[in-house]
Design a binder for this molecule. Sequence first.
Ligand SMILES: *[C@@H]1O[C@H](CO)[C@@H](O)[C@H](O)[C@H]1NC(C)=O
Ligand SMILES: *[C@@H]1O[C@H](CO)[C@@H](O)[C@H](O)[C@H]1NC(C)=O
Ligand SMILES: *[C@@H]1O[C@H](CO)[C@@H](O)[C@H](O)[C@H]1NC(C)=O
Ligand SMILES: [Zn+2]
Length: 398
Amino acid sequence: MKLSGICLLLVEAGAQALGGQEPLRAETKHLTLTHDLIGLHKNLTSIESITGNEKAVGDWLYSSLQLQGYKVEKQYVEKEPARFNVFAWPGVARESAKVLVTSHIDTVPPFYPYKHHNKTISGRGYVDAKGSVATQIVAVNNLLSSGKLSPNDIALLYVVGEEVGGDGMRAANALHLTPQTVVFGEPTEGKLASGHKGNLMVQLTAKGKAAHSGYPWLGRSANEVLVKTLAALMELGAELPKSDKYGVTTLNIGHMEGGVASNVVAQDASASVAVRIAEGTPSFIKDEITKAVHKAVEYFLDDGMKAEDVIDVIFPTSGYGPIDIDSDIPGFEAMTVNYGTDIPWLNSTVEGQKRYLYGPGSILVAHSDHEMLTEAQLEDAVVGYEEIILHALAQTSL
Ligand SMILES: *[C@@H]1O[C@H](CO)[C@@H](O)[C@H](O)[C@H]1NC(C)=O
Ligand SMILES: *[C@@H]1O[C@H](CO)[C@@H](O)[C@H](O)[C@H]1NC(C)=O
Ligand SMILES: *[C@@H]1O[C@H](CO)[C@@H](O)[C@H](O)[C@H]1NC(C)=O
Ligand SMILES: [Zn+2]
């Protein structure tokens, strides 16, 4: 008891000697921070958290951060089933922390259990994005423990729903955070992403008229309408805008279904398509797609019919164009990535706000059945996050 009192006095005296700076040890003495990277990563990734089912991992993360001495808040995105973002800050500054580190706690399906063998870890979400979550927390903890980071300069935000439309990050705007730098965690192979392609979803619903397959002229096959439309879209794909930075705009027909049996003219058919935008705005791409679809179905139109009578083209999200990201930190390689992130959903609230995208592991294995990471990649990412956070603080204190 006595000893700790003396230590505290010594620390405060040391701080005085440094010219009245805040006594960092006193500031962090309420914290019991973990530095067990592999254990934290294992605990996070052993809990299934496919989008929509993030409650268990959110509860675990909430209590882990709370036990470590962070102030923690659950921000509800949905009440039933309960889905919430986990927002934590170690000091007294909640909204005004200079640096926000953030990633997502949901994963794509299906769940693969935790495997750790020969310093290699594999399974669902181990890269995307729980590798980022664990390494961010340990990086922040290391900097707090060593006194290189003041608790009032940092906050952590872990959101739900990144893999399906970003509802968690959209909701996070209501937290009214004002960080000068936001560090987003996604797999970037330890490089800084200088930008990513834009994204647009397209939903096509063909409307047929059922008839006996022996008398197809009495009906209209929704399958034929859809197939002709998709062929036209694949041709359009090659003509969509390109850029030097992001390459070509690509189009993926990710899902299609139609009809009921081979001897029935199909009444219904539908497909969903994802467009990764290299150049141009979503509204330009939407117009091009709508025009191509309408032209493709002309063949099916009888007198007085409109394209809308045989097919609906719906854009379920507003979409976004390519997103440029800061990558101006010395010592880091920069690259562009082709996947979407939560970055466009978090409104910039501070003029000149910096945004970085960084994390361990490769996107080439994320979403696959062989998602894997090595212990060394995780440890390197902790060092990378520490450097990014320190760089951000040095910039904002200029
Ligand atoms: C992981 O979970 C185990 C079991 O609950 C616990 O003993 C351990 O402290 C946890 N470690 C971390 C770093 O969260
Ligand atoms: C363990 O991993 C290392 C490096 O990836 C490899 O060289 C070695 O053969 C592996 N050993 C076993 C027993 O799998
Ligand atoms: C901030 O983001 C929300 C949700 O994405 C959006 O509805 C809102 O219009 C944005 N506000 C500003 C000022 O951009
Ligand atoms: Zn991700």
